[in-house]
Design a protein. Structure first.
Ligand SMILES: [Zn+2]
Ligand SMILES: [Zn+2]
Length: 104
């Protein structure tokens, strides 16, 4: 008697189905988690223009936060030499590269 019992075949099939279903459910859950995380993450642009302490959006030109009163550091002016375009250390009066007087 080499005949395989149908119950064994059926149970084997069920085990395979459960494994496959579990695999797909796992992938689906991971995708949902990734999608949810992407929506929860704040955008970098909102942080860049906001208060460094409370994150409230600030209008340009303000020296103190409208929400918490924290001092807002003015954005560092592009410190490059007008003569040669060399990067200049803030506070320097003359360009290290070409000697051009830096208006500060
Ligand atoms: Zn603030
Ligand atoms: Zn220069």
């Amino acid at each position: 008697m080499n005949e395989i019992s149908p119950t064994i075949v059926l149970s084997g099939l069920i085990v395979v189905l459960i494994c496959v279903a579990g695999y797909f459910i796992k992938i689906r859950r991971r995708r949902q988690r990734i999608a949810a995380g992407a929506y929860d993450r704040p955008t970098m642009t909102a942080v860049a223009s906001g208060c460094p302490v409370c994150g409230a959006p600030q209008s340009p030109g303000m020296h103190f936060c409208e929400q918490c009163g924290a001092r807002l550091e003015p954005p560092v002016a592009p410190s490059s030499c007008p003569g040669c375009g060399n990067r200049v250390t803030p506070g320097e009066r003359f360009c290290e590269q070409c000697g051009t007087a830096l208006s500060r």
